[in-house]
Design a protein around this ligand. Structure first.
Ligand SMILES: Cc1cc2nc3c(=O)[nH]c(=O)nc-3n(C[C@H](O)[C@H](O)[C@H](O)COP(=O)(O)O)c2cc1C
Length: 347
């Protein structure tokens, strides 16, 4: 099974960059210390000194490599200059052109570069300019969603596209546990990127109420209703909460700029007015845990997975052969319960 590391990291698990400032040094360092690839998220404005500070703060918390995510739709040149000077291990880019020049500059500085794409066309462009890996985002993803394809259709196409090249494909969108991991591997990915799941960990910088609502609320919807003024043409997946229900049927000419201000917050150290967009993205979740990476690896390892499924197959064969269906069902339920127990203990 291909769950082992990608891009020189111990594991194929990636903590996606989480804007506006949710994936900070604490989360990224915790992920790095667990052997996975974590991405810092820098501001959506030029702040080179602050970006350097973020990188150094992360380095003070881990001696392992990590990455940094830049949304190219916002001003970024100075920030990227600092990222390359600091030789962060991996630069992740999203929502903008991952140009040949950017790839060349990254490589000259010994920095690997991976774009997050939401379509086959974008993946083709990325391969042409010589990227080191590709994050494939399906429409199931939490946060902003760049494409229309579901992961199950887009991922194998990109896997086929890069066949024979040394470009790991990382699946993103709706993956929260080892079942999603196995499914992504079956579709040909070498790694998985989780956003929402890492958002709800102790180390993430998300507000506690946000984490709590992720656990409490059940349903999500794909919409463009939030952030139309700040980031037009950027749809996102949100939690269905009372506020979203109020906003859901806004006419398309309405946006947050003529809505009441509901509060202020520090985002990347800058006082920001909070309209709703910055508080309420998102999606479904599981309980909070700090050692998620290790648990995921434990649950997916060849040993655990194949040992349990072999035991299951032998039992199935035996009981089916002797037509002891009732016993089989009891055992099946027991097996599932034990498995759940392992999972819930671990989580
Ligand atoms: C709150 C939040 C913020 C996000 N911010 C970014 C970002 O700044 N840059 C980026 O490339 N992706 C961002 N994403 C998307 C992730 O990269 C990834 O595609 C997504 O989280 C995967 O789906 P999942 O949330 O179901 O795991 C964000 C996702 C969430 C949930």
């Amino acid at each position: 099974m291909g769950w082992r590391g990608i891009l020189g990291f111990e594991y194929g698990i990636v903590q996606a960059p989480l804007g506006p400032d949710i994936s900070g040094p604490e989360l990224v360092a915790a992920v790095a210390n667990a052997g996975a690839l974590g991405f810092l998220r820098i501001p959506d404005w030029e702040a080179p000194d602050y970006v350097r500070e973020l990188i150094r703060k992360t380095r003070a918390l881990t001696d392992k490599p990590f990455g940094i995510g830049v949304v190219l739709a916002f001003p970024h040149e100075e920030n990227i200059r600092v990222i390359l000077e600091e030789k962060v291990a991996v630069l992740q880019v999203y929502w903008g052109e991952c140009s040949q020049d950017l790839v060349r500059r990254a490589h000259e500085n010994g920095v690997k570069i991976i774009p997050q794409v939401g379509s086959f066309k974008e993946a083709e462009k990325a391969v042409k300019v010589g990227v080191d890996g590709i994050m494939v985002q399906g429409r199931e993803a939490g946060g902003h969603v760049i494409g229309q394809d579901g992961l199950i259709t887009l991922l194998p196409r990109v896997v086929d596209l890069v066949r024979g090249r040394d470009i790991p494909v990382i699946a993103a969108g709706g993956i929260v546990d080892e079942r999603g991991y196995v499914a992504a591997l079956a579709l040909g990915a070498q790694g998985i990127a989780l956003g929402t799941r890492f958002l709800a960990t102790e180390e993430s910088f998300a507000h506690p109420i946000y984490k709590q609502k992720l656990v409490e609320l059940q349903e999500t919807e794909y919409t463009d209703v939030f952030g139309r003024a700040r980031w037009p043409g950027a749809p996102h997946r949100v939690l269905i909460n009372p506020l979203f229900m109020d906003w859901r049927s806004f006419p398309s000419n309405e946006n947050e700029s003529n809505q009441p201000i509901i509060g202020r917050s520090l985002i990347h150290g800058v006082v920001s007015i909070l309209f709703v967009t910055q508080l309420f993205y998102l999606i479904k979740i599981r309980p909070i845990c700090q050692d998620f990476v290790k648990i995921l690896i434990f649950l997916i390892t060849d040993h655990h997975y194949s040992a349990s499924s072999q035991a299951f197959n032998v039992t199935y064969f035996f009981l089916f052969f002797f037509r002891r269906k009732k016993t089989f069902i009891v055992l099946l339920v027991r097996f599932q319960m034990q498995r759940q127990l392992v999972i819930s203990k671990a989580w």
